[in-house]
Design a protein around this ligand. Structure first.
Ligand SMILES: [Zn+2]
Length: 256
């Protein structure tokens, strides 16, 4: 029976780069997507995943069986006070996002071990949490070709274990910047796939806005090609219309 690798797939560059790496192996790849209805970008991310799945399946060098993405809704996850308490401790220290609360509940409640694609980012919140609260080691069960990191429970804080014990981190990506990911995808004949990845949180008319954090990261990381000029202009209008409206509302509120 072929090895099954579960991957959290957002449709963004990091997790798509990992899906592309895994597509070259003779394994089964099962992607998961967690639907957070608070995000405006859900439909764009799912559309990117569908498009990229079709593209990878048709690539001549694809060896894996890439299964359809399985979507879970964040709001369907049961509360878990133990996870919530551990998350609060790590959030206070490292400002990790709420997604780590629901990722921990998702993996625990579905009894799943899943890969999360973290790129080289020593100052990133997740990396600082993992290195500040414990140590990573290679997960021997996943084998050499998958080469995933996992937390070392003997050298990790109880909170780190509670939140991260079911997550795995591809060791290849751990050493790669976004620019390295782009180069790897190009050299694997995945440039067309790379261009279909999605990252913007607040798109305008289906285009990246140029103003949300991931868009600004893309512009700062010499990846301006990911943010079309028209999107940037419309995003500018959207961004400043919103701020101007908020300013006016606040002034009216002060008056009354
Ligand atoms: Zn954006």
């Amino acid at each position: 029976m072929k090895q099954v690798v579960n991957v959290l797939w957002t449709g963004g560059l990091d997790s798509t780069c990992r899906i592309c790496e895994l597509s070259l192996l003779d394994i089964v790849v099962q992607p998961y997507y967690l639907n957070d209805p608070q995000r405006d970008s859900v439909k764009y991310e799912l559309k990117a995943i569908k498009t990229i799945t079709d593209m990878i399946r048709k690539k001549p060098n694809t060896k894996c069986e890439l299964r359809d993405v399985i979507v879970h809704n964040v709001n369907d996850l049961a509360p878990d006070p133990i996870i919530r308490t551990a998350w609060k401790v790590l959030h206070e220290k490292y400002k990790i996002g709420t997604q780590y609360d629901w990722l921990a509940r998702f993996t625990k409640q579905n009894n799943l071990v899943v890969e999360m694609s973290l790129e080289h980012s020593p100052r990133g919140k997740a990396t600082r949490t993992l290195t500040g609260e414990g140590e990573l080691m290679i997960d021997k069960e996943m084998g050499e070709q998958i080469a995933d990191f996992m937390i070392n429970p003997a050298k990790s804080s109880p909170e780190l274990i509670t939140i991260y014990e079911h997550l795995r981190f591809p060791s290849t990506l751990w050493e790669m910047t976004k620019t390295d990911e782009v180069e790897e995808m190009k050299s694997n004949g995945m440039e067309d796939v790379m261009k279909k990845t999605w990252f913007c949180y607040t798109p305008v008319f289906g285009m990246p806005c140029g103003h949300c954090n991931p868009c600004r990261d893309a512009l700062n990381e010499d990846m301006a090609w990911r943010v079309p000029k028209l999107g940037r202009v419309l995003g500018f209008c959207q961004h400043y219309t919103f701020h101007a409206a908020r300013h006016i509302v606040r002034r009216i509120q002060k008056k009354y």
